[in-house]
Design a binder for this molecule. Structure first.
Ligand code: PGA
Length: 261
């Protein structure tokens, strides 16, 4: 996998937004898989800036969601549907119809999960999937010991993830749902290009294990090692535990100009 070390989160956001813009110039109706959480915000801000500046036409872009809480009332501001609409779809000026995600309030959740996997395939598959990483190494909400072949399904959050996410619920752990729907690791690996962004020292250990550790169910993000086109973008703090950081810097600095990102 390719590791790109950037000075800070803003530079990471700019780099990935440019990769998305380049994809949209090649394929105007590309399906962009987006992630929630704090980390990807600089990406969405940079991409929206490019759209406003006329550097890229995103009007035909399609957007899909990685995961969703189960049981939040429809329209809850912290549901991932509401979050992606607010942070991605609206700033890019896209119609709501361009957006797809799993229904966390469906009566038949397993059917909703299966239906979402089917819908992604029928849409032609995800062209670029942006990922964050949990401090416990999760991608999407695939917590440690998720099957590396898993498909979209219901998962139970670890206590660590609920504590990490309580800040989105006024710091009240009680409000953080226990269950989620998440694209499986196998589903995520179906995307044509995976781009994981990690910033801050709190992610350094998970990043080192993802990039340099063994392929392990304990670190779901290590499944990126199985993908033919995975890019890991990290700031200096998140790169601080990489043994091969100098090699990654050298490789990127000497990258052939025809290669993207
Ligand atoms: P964060 O979440 O970007 O808010 O740190 C990442 C994740 O849990 O995948």
């Amino acid at each position: 996998m390719e590791v790109v070390i950037v000075p800070d989160a803003k530079a990471g956001g700019e780099l990935i937004a440019e990769a998305m813009a380049a994809l949209l110039r090649r394929k105007p109706d590309a399906l962009l898989g987006v992630a929630t959480g704090s980390t990807p915000l600089p990406v969405y801000e940079a991409l929206a800036r490019k759209v406003r500046a006329g550097e890229v036409d995103a009007s035909r872009a399609r957007v899909c969601q990685l995961d969703e809480y189960v049981g939040l009332p429809a329209g809850h501001p912290e549901s991932y549907r509401a979050t992606v609409l607010r942070e991605v779809v609206e700033p890019l000026g896209l119609p709501e119809a361009s957006f797809m995600g799993p229904d966390g309030s469906a009566e038949d959740l397993p059917a909703a999960c299966e239906g979402y996997d089917r819908a992604l395939a029928e849409a032609g598959g995800v062209d670029l999937q942006l990922l964050g990483i949990g401090t416990d190494g999760h991608i999407g909400f695939n917590e440690p010991c998720s099957s590396l072949a898993s498909r979209t399904r219901i998962k139970t959050l670890t206590q660590q993830t609920r504590v990490d996410n309580a800040r989105f619920f006024d710091g009240d752990l009680e409000q953080v749902p226990h269950h989620v729907i998440t694209q499986g690791i196998g589903t995520i690996l179906d995307a044509r290009h995976l781009v994981l962004l990690a910033t801050g020292e709190g992610k350094a250990e998970a990043v080192a294990q993802t990039v340099e550790g063994p392929l392990s169910a304990l670190v779901p993000a290590s499944a990126l090692q199985l993908h033919r086109h995975a890019t890991v973008v990290v700031d200096e703090a998140a790169a601080s535990k990489l043994k091969l950081a100098d090699y990654f810097r050298h490789t990127y600095a000497n990258k052939p100009s025809w290669q993207g990102l």
